[in-house]
Design a protein around this ligand. Sequence first.
Ligand code: SAH
Length: 409
Amino acid sequence: MGHLTPGLPLVVRLAGRLVVAVGGGPVTARRVRAFVDEGADVRVVSPWVCEDVLDLVREGRLEWQAREYAGAADLDGAWLVHTATGDVLVDRRVAADAQSLRIWCVDATDAASTTASVPARATVELPDGPVTVAAYAGGDPGLATVVRDAVEDGLRRGALPLRRTRPRPDGLGWVALVGGGPGTDGLLTARGHELLAGADVVVVDRLAPRALVERLPAGVRVIDVGKTPGHHPVPQEAINAILVEEAQRGLGVVRLKGGDPFVLGRGGEERAACEAHGIPVEVVPGVTSAIAVPAAAGIPVTHRGVARGFTVVTGHDDIPTLPTGGDHTVVLLMGITRLARTAELLVLHGRDPETPVAVIERGFAPTQRTTIGTLSTIAALAAERGVQAPAVVVVGDVVRLATPQDEPA
Ligand code: SAH
């Protein structure tokens, strides 16, 4: 003998259709918000309503008739009825009237005989639109919620596949520029995981979280455009063209980049290339190596009483004049090849030659290494220790806060 009421989950389109909700308490509030979000025309019949319903009334998103339920005429024209008055007799009457009019009715107080139920739901918004999973355990909404939460957790972590199985009707895909963080998979955002789970193609950088890419299912095409310093296997123009062409073929493309797409990452150019071709682009920020790699070495880029601000700048070209005060941190990306010249310029521009400098190689990798010197010594030290890219250079008194590390043998 089962104790959970069986039933068939059904997806209904409420947009532009009348839903009548009898009652004005918190259960009604939760449900009518969902109906309104679907675009339904919602009418609430109740002598009083709670604050959450009142908010929707004030926003002009639903109609409130402030009176007692009067009978079947109140349900006239409705596609769906919801009753949660707190008075079982009234709810029974509403349900019976709906029944005689053959309108589906959610009776919140009668799980056993309600003709319709609202399942617990989890929704992921993909560039293509929402994917919704419904959980229903008739008569035990708590159980449905627990199941829903577990599914939702899997969706947020990108643990559940979200790839389309049918071609997009307009044949146009999408591009997401996803900041992958500084190379370790734990620092990719939840949104990044969701989009990866929905991608048909992943275009990946050398400094992006590679471990994640290796775990992608076999059906996902990975295009490696990884750059090494002084050696650019795929020029930026060609990367832009790949993004545009794959999306034009109707595929969902994640461009997985190291750090943040908009911090010395040419994400702006990639976005512009897509937009120029009418391709929808979403930009997902990432944890930038400019802040995270110093942090991995124990260095805060600002610190009360030590540094009030910081500048992130490429060390690839002659660096511009920057604030020279001791309370300002300079963070250099791509700064290894020209480290000697950069240190010299910082001193020429007025920075104290004794300013501490840290070079952190391979942040978050097991082989992460920090080299500490001053503006006058760092170039020679780095050369002596064979420092290599990728590395972040930090200039400023905050370097004194670095975690002491054991000298490598
Ligand atoms: N958009 C990226 C930066 C791209 S430029 C971001 O926001 O992090 C590439 C430079 O980033 C490298 O030359 C190096 O200076 C730095 N970098 C990125 N990941 C790094 C890591 N794990 N360890 C050290 N430096 C890193």
